[in-house]
Design a protein around this ligand. Structure first.
Ligand code: PA5
Length: 417
């Protein structure tokens, strides 16, 4: 479903360099690594799991007008990306029959939390706390607020009915809390790391609450799993060949604003998987055409250590024709009647040419259209490419020891150790 075009690297590196990278050996290693539980997820998804998630989502939809998803990093980015990509970045503002979804616990700002609470107002709400470890400080703080507020508003029985816990199947204090205090608990499958967990209950429960067809998401992932390995290897090998030639920064770019949080999720996936032991491609994301008017200057003429990866969609989910008529006194009359998708495609072509001329190689990823299935396919494609790419570079994609450094300092500064 996801196709890869590397013509935009011609003139920068020889395609032979890409072919010489042994991405097959890297791929063969993945299954052997203990943290690779994510690799078979689309094949393991079945009617029972689908029903379990959809039943819980129906319960939430039946009891609440809003759902608060508490979590950080891999415990929220995938769900947020999915809702924005599959439905809309304006999901909460749209008329719909499903609850508004707010994200909390993904920062340590009191102002942000206060605003989420104000947005919920007097409406009925439920809470889904998501944490693999069950001990992340931002998540724990937000949970304290919402537990106390649920108890205050709905009493002890209401708290039990409205707090949903998603956590690791063993060793998580959240799991123990759920068992002790009687909350519904969804377990993350074993050996799936936080940033590789979007295609589990972590991402799928909020998606189901938003009315997304989670079976379609998983069908798209399955199709990609079964047929996309060569494309994942090509993307991974091309990235590494560019890195070996001094291209240290990858700018993922998309011309659809619905993709923005998928870009945020992608940054975490690649940043935490590859940036270690003093090496790694720095993952950046640009939202075009908006960022052409901010980052565009740097990309065109700044330090030549960048390559770009464009994500484009074959057909638009919705389109609008540019208005004509005598009301308009500007320089674009010739565009009257043209669909905006056509303008967006032309912008992509224009940027590609300008950036290649300016010294930026470009990889192109094509996706048929924005849909539940293509979201699942993209997630699987990126997870598999990322793991291959990290292993080609010689690092283990599945740890994130660097994230611990700030956590240790924070615990010490706050007097928690
Ligand atoms: O990829 C990871 O494992 C991490 O980035 C986590 O997603 C993030 O730190 C949140 O951790 P947890 O789910 O344990 O609260």
């Amino acid at each position: 479903m996801i196709s890869v075009d590397i013509n935009g690297i011609n003139g920068f590196i020889d395609e032979g360099e890409v072919r010489r990278i042994d991405s097959q050996a890297a791929y063969d290693k993945i299954a052997a690594l203990n943290e690779s539980g994510w690799i078979g997820l689309p094949g393991e998804y079945d009617a029972a799991l689908s029903a379990q998630i959809r039943d819980m989502a129906a319960r939430i939809c039946g009891q609440s007008a809003a759902l608060v998803v508490i979590g950080i990093g891999g415990s929220y980015l995938g769900a947020r990306a999915a809702i924005e990509y599959i439905i809309s970045p304006n999901y909460n503002a749209l008329p719909k029959g499903t609850p508004d979804i707010y994200f909390a616990g993904n920062n340590a700002s009191g102002e942000y939390l206060q605003q989420v609470i104000a947005l919920i107002g007097d409406r009925d709400y439920s809470v889904n706390v998501v944490s693999k470890s069950g001990s992340t400080i931002e998540t724990s703080i937000a949970l304290r607020f919402f537990k106390a507020m649920l108890l205050d508003r709905y009493g002890a029985d209401g708290l039990k009915e409205r707090l949903y816990v998603t956590t690791d199947s063993s060793g998580s204090p959240l799991r123990e809390m759920a068992a002790r205090e009687g909350y519904a608990c969804l377990e993350m499958p074993p050996r799936v790391g936080g940033r590789y967990s979007v295609l589990t209950v972590v991402g799928l429960l909020p998606c189901a609450v938003a009315g997304i067809d989670i079976d379609a998401v998983m069908a798209g992932a399955l199709e990609e799993m079964e047929s996309g390995v060569d494309n994942a290897r090509l993307y991974a090998a091309t990235r590494q060949a560019l890195y070996r030639n001094g291209k240290k920064i990858e700018m993922l770019a998309c011309f659809e604003p619905a993709f923005r949080y998928t870009g945020e999720w992608w940054k975490q996936l690649f940043g935490e998987s590859e940036g270690k032991e003093g090496i790694g491609i720095f993952p950046a994301f640009a939202d075009y055409t908006a960022d052409l008017h901010s980052l565009g200057q740097y990309i065109q003429e700044g330090e030549r250590t960048l390559f770009e990866t464009f994500v484009s969609f074959g057909e638009p989910r919705a389109d609008m024709a540019i208005p004509g008529g005598s009301l308009h006194d500007d320089k674009i009359s010739a565009l009257a009647g043209m669909g905006m998708h056509e303008v967006n495609k032309s912008a992509s072509e224009a940027v590609k040419k300008a950036h290649i001329d300016g010294g930026v190689p470009i990889i192109e990823l094509s996706v048929p259209r924005l849909s539940a299935a293509s979201f699942g396919a993209l997630v699987y494609f990126f997870e598999r490419s990322c793991a291959i790419s990290a292993l080609v570079s010689g690092v283990n994609p599945f740890g994130q020891p660097g994230v611990e450094a700030y956590k240790k300092n924070l615990y010490a500064i706050l007097g928690l150790v």
